[in-house]
Design a protein around this ligand. Sequence first.
Ligand SMILES: [Zn+2]
Length: 300
Amino acid sequence: MTLPTTHVSFPAGAVTGESTVLAVHPLDGGRYAVVTGATPFHPLDHTWPDQPADLGTLTVDGVGLAVVDCLTGAVGPDGGADGGPVLVGADIPVRRGDEEWSWLVLHVLAADPGDIVGRTAALAVDAGRRGALSASHSGCHLLALALNEALAPRWRKDPGRTDAFGHPDFDSLAMASSVMDTEASTDTYRLGKSLRKKGFTAEATEEFPALADALPELTEAVNRRLAGWVAADAPVRIDVPGPELTARREWNCELPEGAARIFCGGTHLHHLGELAELRTELRLSEDGSELVAVTRPKRA
Ligand SMILES: [Zn+2]
């Protein structure tokens, strides 16, 4: 019997749950992965590892076991609960969501939990850490929209991809990496030849200065927009087509300018009034080839 894809409750904001232990698999380094039927834990995604893993506790028969990491595992069509290899993270040879495969949330323990298969586990996520990661992740999506708007005049032609507000989607077209932690979201954009070919202008023109010279003004425009959205206390929700870890979920935010949507596998705030402030800092590399935005939420 193959393990079923894990059902997850983190998209709705859950931090606790109860579920049956389906399997325990040894991992490298003397660690063990516990698989349950359902979980509130958000694992690191192996395809797009932007939001770090939830940490917390798994309690079985009154014994609390520390969850020291949380990873994405996958079992191929021939794998099974008994002995079939559970592949982890970068060892998974297919993209997330491949329907032939089962997709598992792996609760990583530092030591062997013993024979707990079939027992009920109480799952509890470190809610403080989760809250901080959710704030950073919501900040990341808002930065994307505000930055797209601020850079919109720099597109000489339609790059063929726009965001929810109809602005050229600089964020997704130039994105090199996006990483959140409990303090901030760091988004790195590549300003290479291919972006220029799509129509983006970093150089000075008659209408605007070179990107490097425009940074203070751009930063101010983005931060003004972010402050307005936080002040509007816009509601945030995740649309969930199904309970499986691999369901294609979508972040929705009812901003004053309209409903914004972005596909997203992470966790988020419920409304922007949970923040006291959201500010970004834009930096351009010396050679002008990389733009970095560090966006820090301050929670209310
Ligand atoms: Zn996201």
